[in-house]
Design a protein around this ligand. Sequence first.
Ligand code: DHB
Length: 312
Amino acid sequence: MVSTKTSLAGLEFDNCFMNAAGVWCMTKEELDGVKNSAAGTFVTKTATLEERAGNPEPRYQNVPLGSINSMGLPNQGLNYYLNYLLDLQQTDSERTFVLSVVGMSPEETHTILKTIQDSDFRGLTELNLSCPNVPGKPQIAYDFEMTERILRDVFVYFTKPLGIKLPPYFDMVHFDQAAAIFNQFPLKFVNCVNSIGNGLYIEDETVVIKPKNGFGGIGGQYIKPTALANVHAFYQRLNPSIQIVGTGGVLTGRDAFEHILCGASMVQLGTTLQKEGLYAFERITQELQSIMEEKGYGSLEDFRGKLQYISE
Ligand code: DHB
């Protein structure tokens, strides 16, 4: 039987699939759903220090080739997710889970990460540098100076396993510059990619979401080539100690296979999970296993990062 198990930051997971932050992860009930599905682990909705209501609805819309959203960081606040995870460490002590966070300011980010550092939390922390939807707040990861400063300040006190969620980059020079920054720090993973920020979808003569006059992050089929490029660009450039989580445009086992071929150690489902529900984990796992069987691959290591180029 082929295996889709994986490891991240030295922690082991029975399956390489999990939700993408923002989908099926706002409440304990939703998180329990992912935990009890075929997924290997889950990540919580990106938490700020205090709870937030987010932007006015409608703020998420499925569209034929994907989705558009401008949620505006609605969440239950750090303590809700952290306390839930601390409880799970008692009841599901053999598994580990991922806590996604970001502050509304660098100071708040440090307050959050210091709270996690000082807690008994044993899982992975994902610092979200790529929320595109809070009016007036640019994405941190498109500001390289700010990104470097935050990471430099974080690693003064943070010693638990930490990864970052990145937006897509679109220029080779930006891949080089971003990787040169990330390689200075003991990051455990980078997650490529968040939604392609600030797209616009129109039906008849009207936008389909209310915030920001219809501008929102694009996910789903639209973004797979961009996601694969980012996964592979960082796989090529980052220290081998920094693993890649692949997110973006995974509808099928074939899409997941391509993410892993590009270098992903873990694969996240966002729009597909939103559209299809928890059964997507089982279906896509089975589809990936069938491809591996056909090709004679017994484990993800047999093909991870082995993307082939066209030579003379
Ligand atoms: C939201 C969207 C994102 O893409 C993200 O990374 C964090 C938050 C949101 O709008 O809630």
